[in-house]
Design a protein around this ligand. Sequence first.
Ligand SMILES: [Zn+2]
Length: 260
Amino acid sequence: MNPLFKFLVGACGWSIGLAPGLALAMTVPLCPTQNAEAGTDGRVLGHLPYGQGAEADLLPAPPGFAIGGPCRLHRAAMVDLIRLLQAADTVPGVAGTLRGVSCFRPIEYQRQVFCAQIGQGQRFANAAERARVAAPPAYSEHATGYTLDFAVRPSPDCPDVDACIIWHPAGRWLLAHARDFGFELSFPAGNAQGVSWEPWHWRWVGVSPKAPGAAAARAVFARAAAKYPAIPGVYLKPPPVVPTLPRPGFPLYWPRVPGL
Ligand SMILES: [Zn+2]
């Protein structure tokens, strides 16, 4: 665990035996000029805390998949990512277009990414605005090694990490089929967590609780799954439909995407 994060968790009272729900509110330093108050449920600016995955568990993505930097995931997730990519490559219009723009991110790297776009002349005025589209350091699923951001290539009219990915066949294919490979969408539209809709951001939990590595992954995301279910998720039965749509007439959620 990141030393700073470990200190902060301890400072919240969790390490002295208080249940997380009874933890005291506290100030969390995020950037040199940005602090935030942690809620009594442990969230900071809407995001749940996550520790950092072990380097020894990470494997690189297949050649050509990563863009903008290396892509590494937990070995259990990588096995299913490779299966997912092989399946995608059999679908006309989708084949060869999926890429990974961000995968495992160490907590300190997350801090650089999060803080670099805050301040005068930057895109975001403060940490609260920034947290609408990126998790604060020590509160990102990317640190776990189970989460990645997909992108598509070519993509002439849609930037990376933008909801317009669902207008690409590969983005819609993910919504319909990623769960078949153990991936679920962390932040569906209108999510109760208050995080922006991120149809590019998927976390791996395995196709079943008994899949290799799935129990550990599901333990990492247990609080998120219980309080803020991912959609399309890996469920025994369909979850409630989240009704918010980004544009009229374009269905995005369970049980399927028409036309696929
Ligand atoms: Zn992401």
